[in-house]
Design a protein around this ligand. Structure first.
Ligand SMILES: NC(=O)c1ccc[n+]([C@@H]2O[C@H](COP(=O)([O-])OP(=O)(O)OC[C@H]3O[C@@H](n4cnc5c(N)ncnc54)[C@H](OP(=O)(O)O)[C@@H]3O)[C@@H](O)[C@H]2O)c1
Length: 287
């Protein structure tokens, strides 16, 4: 079974590559941004033509949420236009296409976790470009699968956990937003979920399609997440609550964007562990 991963140097891409390298039943080739620009249709077409993968996984995205407000064109090129190209070419070359999206496709006004069928209404350019990417993929490729997830972090690279640890080691006090709530998700658990979806699809001879939600279980604000990181790392740094308005980020974010993951549980038997267990696992893997 041949797998191609694009965006292989990002936090999800690295972990995805590491997973497939440990399983002999897969031959996995990874392409980082430096190897391949997913916006280049001709190059993606010849790559898929050359390798004829069974599975094509897109871990590439423009993920700078605040910077996207000024770099609108770039965000839409990568998250919408390129997503359409990849989905179309995966279909043309007969590869099953797996893509990732975000809880930022929702406006945060719901009082209960968001289901796959809930109306999207992104508040920022990043969210809009990802939502339009989802729609483009579904238009081009009826076999494609999109996993929406939330607040991703890994044991390496730049993410909220590594930032909190760096700040906790250098500052006595920090301020963190307390009025945005969702679910922190360990990349290792998302990769595990993706692998289980693939195995299940192969066993059933019918790969999953459409949109599914996956995050770790439970919910937290950024403040609660930060305070838990400080506690688990024994860092002597006081975390103070601050509002989104006081923090003043460039991009608007949903105040409540927890994903309802009952579909993936009921249909594929994938039950997520708590975000605290995911965090413990991540912290134990840090070098
Ligand atoms: N991070 C989160 O909190 C979060 C939450 C929900 C959903 N997601 C989604 O999860 C997926 C993985 O995110 P991540 O956290 O792994 O992101 P990431 O660490 O920022 O990785 C994204 C990768 O995409 C690459 N890339 C950007 N433009 C490209 C292009 N034109 N061609 C090829 N590669 C390109 C980047 O390379 P350069 O750095 O060299 O540009 C980077 O290596 C994305 O679809 C994202 O939208 C993320």
């Amino acid at each position: 079974m041949k797998v191609i991963v694009v965006g292989s140097a990002g936090q999800l891409g690295r972990k995805t590559m590491a997973y497939f390298k440990t399983d002999d039943s897969f031959e996995c080739l990874g392409f980082s941004h430096a190897d391949l620009d997913i916006c280049n249709e001709l190059e993606v077409d010849s790559l898929l033509g050359l390798h004829s993968p069974d599975i094509f996984i897109n871990c590439a995205a423009y993920t700078a949420v605040d910077a996207a407000e000024e770099n609108r064109e770039m965000a839409f090129n990568v998250n919408t236009k390129a997503a359409r190209i990849l989905a179309k070419l995966a279909f043309k070359h007969g590869a099953w296409f797996l893509h990732y999206s975000t809880d930022y496709v929702f406006n945060g006004q719901s009082e209960k976790p968001y289901k796959e069928s809930d109306l999207t209404d992104p508040l920022c350019v990043y969210g809009l470009s990802k939502r339009d990417g989802e729609q483009a993929i579904l238009e081009e490729n009826e076999r494609a699968c999109i996993i929406r997830t939330s607040w991703l972090y890994a044991e390496e690279g730049n993410n909220f956990v590594s930032t909190m640890i760096r700040l906790g080691q250098s500052k006595k006090r920090i301020q963190v937003v307390d009025d945005q709530v969702s679910t922190p998700t360990f990349v290792g658990d998302l990769v595990d979920c993706s692998a289980r979806l693939i195995m299940r699809g192969l066993a059933d001879k019918k790969m999953p399609s459409g949109i599914v939600h996956f995050s770790n279980a439970g919910e937290a604000s950024w403040f609660e997440f930060a305070r838990t990181i400080m506690e688990k790392m024994n860092l002597d740094c006081e975390v103070e609550r601050i509002s989104t308005k006081e923090f003043g980020a460039a991009a608007a974010r949903p105040s409540y964007s927890k994903l309802d993951c009952t579909l993936i549980e009921n249909k594929y038997g994938i039950v997520a562990r708590s975000w605290q267990e995911g965090l413990d696992d991540c912290l134990s893997k840090r070098k």
